[in-house]
Design a protein around this ligand. Structure first.
Ligand SMILES: [Zn+2]
Length: 251
């Protein structure tokens, strides 16, 4: 087997607290264990996510941010960013795209893990949440090309080219990460979302991971888009990093 790929840094961009724990938290924990710097970006704080009428949008958001930070800590994640859009109302707007460019340029991830912008439904029983789709579209647009274009939003810092995009929750994965060593961290992380899930979810997560790994090993599955070839310098490394530099070059 090839030596396993571990990026130096990765950013996960999702709509809701617990989207990562239901998705790629095992991979994040594994990469963090091997030295990768991981940042989570949550577009909403899940401020509609309760049936408990004693909560307000503000109080449930507070609870869910706390749960998300606890989950991130278990997986060795370095930072969690909340953009605090309203849960259930996310659209792929220019404003969201710009906010995500800000995040990408601030943290300069080698890899971004995203959700699937084309997924409207899955199987016979699930229609994808509109926030998932909206965040996925804005993420793709922020990565390619906007974050890498020095003349777009120069006030947000130097252009940054993400090298690989890993898409979670896809029907046609092409890449599997063996999470044998971090499955229990993923389970513990998911169970931090006490306002959303109960202990019974632990075994389901283990079962799903084994299914993803075709019964061979617990795994998480992705479709990977390579914007740069692995091991090669960035094709944009000679690109000017600021509007001023670009103008100085006469471009
Ligand atoms: Zn979600």
């Amino acid at each position: 087997m090839n030596k396993e790929f571990i990026p130096s840094s990765a950013m996960v961009i999702v709509a809701h607290p617990d989207d990562i724990e239901f998705g790629c938290a095992g991979t994040c924990a594994k990469w963090a264990k091997h030295g990768a710097k991981i940042v989570y970006v949550l577009v909403t704080s899940g401020n509609s996510g309760t049936h408990d009428a004693t909560h307000t949008r503000e109080t449930i958001a507070e609870v869910r941010e706390r749960e998300q930070r606890a989950a991130a800590e278990i997986c060795g994640v370095h930072e969690v960013e909340f953009l605090r859009y309203n849960d259930g109302e996310v659209m792929p707007t220019l404003e969201l795209r710009k906010d995500l460019v800000r995040m990408i340029r601030k943290h300069k991830p080698e890899v971004v893990i995203a959700t699937d912008p084309t997924r409207m439904y899955s199987g016979k029983e699930y229609i994808n949440h509109p926030d998932h789709r909206a965040v996925a579209i804005a993420t793709m647009d922020a990565i390619a090309p906007v974050a890498a274009m020095p003349l777009m939003y120069p006030e947000l810092g130097p252009a940054h080219k993400v090298r690989e995009v890993w898409i979670q929750w896809v029907d046609d994965p092409d890449t599997w990460v063996d999470i044998s060593d971090t499955l229990e961290l993923k389970v513990r992380a998911l169970l931090q979302h006490k306002s959303q899930v109960g202990e019974e979810m632990a075994q389901r997560i283990r079962d799903w991971a084994l299914q993803e790994g075709k019964g061979l090993a617990p795994a998480e599955a992705f479709k990977v888009i390579f914007l740069e070839k692995r091991g090669e310098p960035s094709s944009d490394s000679k690109a000017p990093e600021s509007k001023e530099a670009a103008m100085a070059q006469g471009s």
